[in-house]
Write a protein that binds this ligand. Structure first.
Ligand code: C2E
Ligand code: MG
Ligand code: MG
Length: 721
């Protein structure tokens, strides 16, 4: 029966959540990846640059070594070098080459035979310089220095005792640069890395802060260890490594940040745009659905299609007989669900209700959603109203069972109004209007029920609408009027009071009696202005009839209003009407709800001289407690007692007791609704003080009262007060 909507508001929402989160996640991952790549690449660049510098330096040093080696080889074969002697003694040793800072001569066993610095070599002739050392070498190193003897340098090929001071200075800053053999002796040349050389090295390779230190490189620096002949690091060539990655990072990070912002803005824009398109699409889809006659949310026929189907069914009935029921359904408490759980939950509920209802119907029936929480049903093949009754019960049953929305049980109710064809007519508009009227009735009776249309409903609802639409303006434009019903002395001779009864002359409805609109005015909050209007008008009119008490009816809602007493005082003041001539007719409803507040208000009223009557006595709780506790002056026996008095003896007994009770409590007793002479005689005999009823006079307009009083003037004179 239903076609699910292609693109409802729900699927639009789902599309958005399907789109936004994955895209946002991808965007964030991409940004994260870009940042990580920038950091990683810049780090790698730093590492690569450091390695390259180290290689360059190593290369430069190696090259230097090669050069030195060549120089040393040359030295070994130079004529100054006498060549190995038979006793392993070099004939002479001179180190004329400026390529070395100092030179050592070692025996094969590693013992230092001779060494000297350039300065020494330059200062003295070689043979003299080396004579003692050669001697020492011959005698097995007896001339070895104290440093050599100390063992630390014993095995060294570098340092010998005669040059201890020199070696101590040179050691940390030098490294063995080249070696060459001279017979069985070994010549080692040493070259210091002097500051000038370092500078040129640094310049050559664009190295920042290149220098020699004894300590290992500090944090953020790198270095090459300078090894002595034993392979131990004696010094470090250190420099601040080139960090191209840092530069890269400095440039790339702001750029990447900017790029990210642009990407996020672009993302937001694209999402907004898609949203806009999707909404547009949803609207046009909804429009299309409407044209197709479908409700977009539930996929059910809409009001238009429902009307068409109803027309078809009705013309079939007129051709070939049979019957149908039109049902209007309205969910109870749907608004609560929407307010409590949100609109998505509300939509979900509507869909679930639609599915449940579908299951109850036959293929030939029609289920429709009119929008909001309103559904409608055409039940076809109706044999009698019993069928509609049964279906309505099943619907009530199905809808009142709890629903589950997002894992939460949710309960709603349903009110149903039913009209029947052909019983209530065969016109679509009529049947729909009558079903609506019946629905209205069902709802006002307390919801969660079904009602068949009945003629009386039409009238009730029309009146309700009239009151809702027109009463407020009628009050403000002074369109209401008051009739007065005289209240007579027990003998029926004298008018002792006048009860003001409101009337509403309506352009279309004629004179509307208060019983038709007071209750609605109470419901609609109109009874306050209405009551005040009546009170004011009654007091104004009352001025025309000096000496007569004027009774005014007060609705419980009006009485309970916290400003009621004040408004009475204000009206009395404004009109100049004497408080002692005013009698307010209250019903038991006034005192039942908040007895303390009522008592206080009544005391205030009595304090200013206003009289209080308990109207319609015997119809409500009629408890003696009220009569004793509250300061009434009068009770008015409800006319229903008089109506039934003739039929049942019980009523007569009750009236009897009420009159006696009232008298015993010192109250004035008035009987309402006296229509017959018998009633009059009976009440008079009982000792009723006052009588009111059609037997004496109906409620009449003020002019008529004038006339009545004019006629009755001579007799009324004495009793009027
Ligand atoms: P109520 O205060 O008990 O007024 C008496 C009602 O009984 C009046 O009906 C009157 O026309 C009717 N009645 C009087 N004598 C007889 C009789 O012999 N036979 C029959 N059958 N009826 C009789 P009405 O004017 O239609 O007023 C109905 C009710 O509306 C009043 O009952 C009163 O409760 C209420 N009402 C009238 N005017 C006002 C008003 O200004 N304010 C408020 N709050 N209620 C009012
Ligand atoms: Mg009354
Ligand atoms: Mg009454």
């Amino acid at each position: 029966m239903s076609t699910s909507s292609l693109f409802s508001r729900r699927s639009y929402g789902a599309l958005m959540s399907r789109l936004v989160w994955p895209t946002a996640t991808i965007l964030l991952l991409t940004l994260g990846f870009v940042f990580t790549t920038v950091l990683w690449t810049s780090d790698s660049a730093n590492v690569v640059a450091g390695k390259r510098q180290r290689m360059q330096l190593t290369g430069a040093i190696e090259q230097k070594l090669e050069e030195l080696k060549a120089r040393l080889a040359q030295l070994a074969t130079s004529p100054e070098f006498a060549g190995p002697a038979a006793n392993d003694r070099p004939a002479a040793l001179a180190v004329p080459s400026p390529a070395f800072d100092f030179v050592g001569l070692f025996a094969e066993d590693g013992k230092l035979v001779n060494a000297h610095s350039r300065r020494d070599i330059d200062a003295a002739p070689a043979p003299a310089l080396f004579a003692d050392l050669l001697e020492a070498a011959r005698t097995g190193g007896e001339g070895a220095s104290s440093a050599a003897a100390s063992g630390e340098l014993a095995a060294s090929r570098l340092v010998y005792d005669g040059a201890a001071a020199l070696a101590a200075v040179a050691l940390p800053l030098a490294r063995p640069h080249a070696e060459a053999s001279v017979g069985r002796l070994l010549i080692t040349g040493y070259k210091r890395l002097d500051p000038a050389e370092l500078r040129s090295l640094a310049d050559l390779h664009a190295i920042d802060g290149l220098r020699l230190t004894a300590a290992a490189p500090a944090e953020g620096w790198i270095g090459l260890p300078i090894l002595d002949h034993r392979g131990e690091a004696k010094a470090h060539l250190v420099w601040r490594p080139e960090r191209p990655g840092d530069i890269m990072r400095e440039r790339l990070v702001p750029l990447t940040l900017f790029g990210s912002l642009v990407a996020i803005a672009l993302f937001a824009f694209v999402i907004g745009y898609i949203r806009w398109i999707a909404r547009d699409l949803a609207v046009s889809q909804e429009h299309a659905q409407n044209l197709l006659g479908r409700d977009p949310l539930s996929g059910l026929p809409n009001r238009l299609l429902f009307g068409e189907r109803l027309d078809q069914e009705l013309s079939r009935i007129s051709r070939s007989g049979g019957g149908l029921a039109v049902m209007f359904l309205d969910l109870d408490r749907f608004k609560d669900v929407n307010d409590t759980y949100g609109h998505a939950a509300g939509d979900e509920l509507i869909e679930q209700v639609a599915r449940r209802l579908e299951q109850l119907l036959r293929a030939t029936d029609t289920l429709s959603r009119f929008g909001g929480d309103e559904f409608a049903v055409i039940q076809t093949g109706l044999r009698s109203s019993q069928d509609a009754d049964a279906l309505a019960r099943r619907i009530l049953d199905a809808v009142t069972r709890p629903f589950e929305i997002n894992g939460t049980p949710v309960s709603v109710g349903v009110s149903i109004g039913i009209s029947l064809a052909p019983d209530n007519g065969l016109a679509r508009e009529d049947l729909m209007r009558l079903a609506d009227t019946a629905l209205y009735q069902a709802k006002s009776e307390g919801r969660n029920r079904f009602r068949f249309f009945a003629r009386a409903m039409d009238e009730t609802i029309r009146m309700r609408k009239t009151v809702e639409d027109d009463l407020r303006s009628a009050i403000h434009q002074d369109e209401l009027c008051l009739h007065y019903q005289p209240i007579f002395s027990a003998d029926g001779q004298d008018i002792v009071a006048l009860e003001a009864l409101v009337r509403w002359p309506h352009a279309k409805e004629g004179l509307i009696s208060p019983s038709r609109f007071i209750a609605i005015a109470e419901e609609r909050g109109l009874v306050i202005p209405l009551g005040e209007w009546v009170l004011r008008r009654a007091c104004q009119d009352g001025l025309r009839w000096p000496g007569l008490r004027i009774a005014v009816n007060v609705s419980p809602i009006q009485f309970r209003h916290r400003d009621f007493v004040k408004s009475v005082m204000r009206v009395l003041k404004e009109t100049g009407f004497e408080a002692a001539r005013l009698e307010l007719e209250l019903t038991e409803g006034v005192v039942v709800e908040d007895a303390d507040a009522a008592e206080a208000a009544m005391m205030e009223l009595r304090a200013i001289g206003v009289h209080l009557a308990l109207d319609d006595f015997g119809t409500g709780y009629s408890s003696l407690i009220y009569l004793r506790r509250f300061a009434f002056d009068k009770i008015k026996i409800d006319r229903s007692f008089l109506e039934s008095m003739e039929a049942t003896g019980e009523s007569a007994i009750l009236v009897h007791s009420i009159v006696h009770l009232g008298r015993a409590l010192g109250l004035t007793v008035t009987a309402e609704g006296v229509e017959t002479k018998e009633q009059h005689r009976f009440l008079q005999a009982l000792g009723c003080h006052q009588l009111q009823g059609f037997l004496f006079s109906k409620p009449v307009p003020p002019d008529e009262i004038d006339r009545l009083l004019g006629i009755a003037a001579p007799e009324a004179e004495g009793v009027a007060a």
